[in-house]
Design a protein around this ligand. Sequence first.
Ligand SMILES: [Zn+2]
Ligand SMILES: [Zn+2]
Ligand SMILES: [Zn+2]
Ligand SMILES: [Zn+2]
Length: 744
Amino acid sequence: MTTRRYKKRKTSNSESDVKAPTLPRTSYIAKLPLELLAEILLYTKSPKDILALTRCSKFFCRTLLHEANQYIWRYARQNCLQGGLPEPCPRFTESSFAAFVFDAGPCEICDKQVNFYSSFGLRVRLCADRQCRRALHNRKLHVNHPPKDAYKVFETTLPVVERSDCFENSPFVIQWPNTEAVYLYSDWSRALQEYLDMSQKPDTLEGYIDLCSRRSAQTKMYMEMCVALHAWRKEYAEAQNLVKDVNTKFSKGLATREGLNFWDMMNTPTYSLLMKQKNASLEEIQYLDYKTQEAAIAAELVKVVESRSRRAHEAGYSTCRRAVEKHYNRLRALKQETPLPSLPSFRGLPTIRQIQQSVGQSEKEVDTSLQSQPIQTLVHSELARFHLEAKNSLAAILGFQDWKSPSSRKLHPADRLTARFQCRTCHRVEAKYKDFGSLDYAGAIMHSCSVTLDKSVPQRPFKAARFEKDTKAITAISSLLEACDISEDEKGSHELLSTIGPRVLCLSCDAQIILEPLDVIGHSHRHKSMSLVILPQDEASKIIGDHPLSHGLAVRLTNKGKISLEMRKFKVYMCRHCMQVKPRITSIPTTGMAAEITSGNTPSTSAPAAITKTNVSINTDDSAPTDTTLKAVADTTIRKVHSPAAEPCRKPATYIFDGLRSHLKELHKIDSVRDEDFISSVVKEEGGSDGNSVDIIGNAWVKSTVTDERKSTSDADSGVGSKIDVRIVADVAAAVAVASTPEV
Ligand SMILES: [Zn+2]
Ligand SMILES: [Zn+2]
Ligand SMILES: [Zn+2]
Ligand SMILES: [Zn+2]
């Protein structure tokens, strides 16, 4: 092997001889005169070592296998440890005998490396595994039982197991030839086949019998050698164990004397190699052996100690981190310190960071200190500082540089309804914000980037620079606030806005789509610029009819749950864009208060705009209230003008939810379905004796009714929606009729 490597290197060098000259690979031992080499090898008294040297190079192979140098082998064998090895039988040369005795090889069953043959007679190695032993007995060994006289001819030509304890320890040892003859199954079957072939031909039988008797004599010699060899091996193993014990004891004493950790010393590469070599050659370690390698061992020991302390530190650090995470989750669950920033930001608070570094405490101790009053107070004040900085930096993104206000009634820009952010890195929002498509302040500090398409994003503490403002949402919500006459920096503006109710009409949609005030945030992403208007309660109700907006239904239906999957399969969903169509205008009235809000400068693209547009600030009528109360807001609105004959509504089509999505995408170019886009109708069991109805819109999900319901809906399919609540149709018709009557 070495030779090949050497050759390879030579060739590669010849290609690049100009490069830095490599050191010549000199083998000094090969330069020794043969007499000296022989002297050294004789001194080893180890055929194993001579064998190893022979295999090193062609030179040694030629030299040591030479007829004239066989005496080296012979001497080493005869003076080998534990009383010398037995004389090899004629079939072996000295070198092949050394290989036969000392070579390691695979276990007969599992291929694990085993040092000596377990049975020299059968040339079988077996590992210590019980299953291997069982498998060997079952699959590979053969006993001629009951014995047949006819087989006696070839039986003695086959080698057998030389001792009863070859494959397992047993207190009673019987040696060949007194043992029961155990053959290798392959040997046996080959010999049997030969015997059967020969016994067919009387002319060759005699020659065969002669051959067998010659083979028997050889096998007898071989088996005698194997028995002696086995005895030698037993003694060798015992001596090896003894040396091992002595060396271990010495190492322990040495470690104590030198003030070292015994196991650390044993695990250093240098000392463990020394120990291994000495054990293998049945030599005891001397103090001098250690002294010559002391420096290397010391250097390795320092490394071991260092890596251990590093590991301990890491373990302690991760314990502290775990405790901090646990504390953080507790704060979240108990809704303390809301809004909480994300975990990486929380870890970044000075006190928390310091606690995380306090390695050496148990998880419980860290937890106790985290829950102590002084630490909680500290964390509280640090969180307050964090919020202040985060809000100011986010406000800067919104365009409020260095915002300060002496008034406690003014909302910080980051806390306002008009504070909407999007992550520049992942452009995603947490599930809670799915409906809005952008984040508010609490969402922004809690945001942790999810995996983007091609790479995972590491979890990092909050940084305002990673966010940008959600312009569409901000413009839309500003318009809405303006329409409602709510000042964006006013405390309580959130509550004021939510009392408006579902009365916001999107002017940018082709249909009359009614929204909850906060739905404007998510809906605004649908249009380039969104125009909206607040309708009076009754008008909004007329458009929506009997089917109020079901808040959160779209999100519930699109999640991955099993119930959602079932719910999506019902054919009960109808498209509001088809149902709430805008009536055609035939005339524009000159009377009536009008208020209009557009978020962008471009007017609605929908052709049949049914709403008169004037700016909210321009009150064409004296009676128009100008105060800012909500009541007034509700009243200060818009009139719609409609043609006396609105387009009659066709019977609305019903879809399963996925069908509805396809419909919305294809016909209305709407990619993501939202609550305001569809109606989930109430299905009634027509003619049901109990008049029981199952409301899919509602949260009540009665399992037992699922099958009935599906049956009824499938009936509805076949009956072209005959069982779908007729109210829907009626509602739409009514809505259109009412809408067509101009209000005065
Ligand atoms: Zn095995
Ligand atoms: Zn992100
Ligand atoms: Zn719209
Ligand atoms: Zn539609």
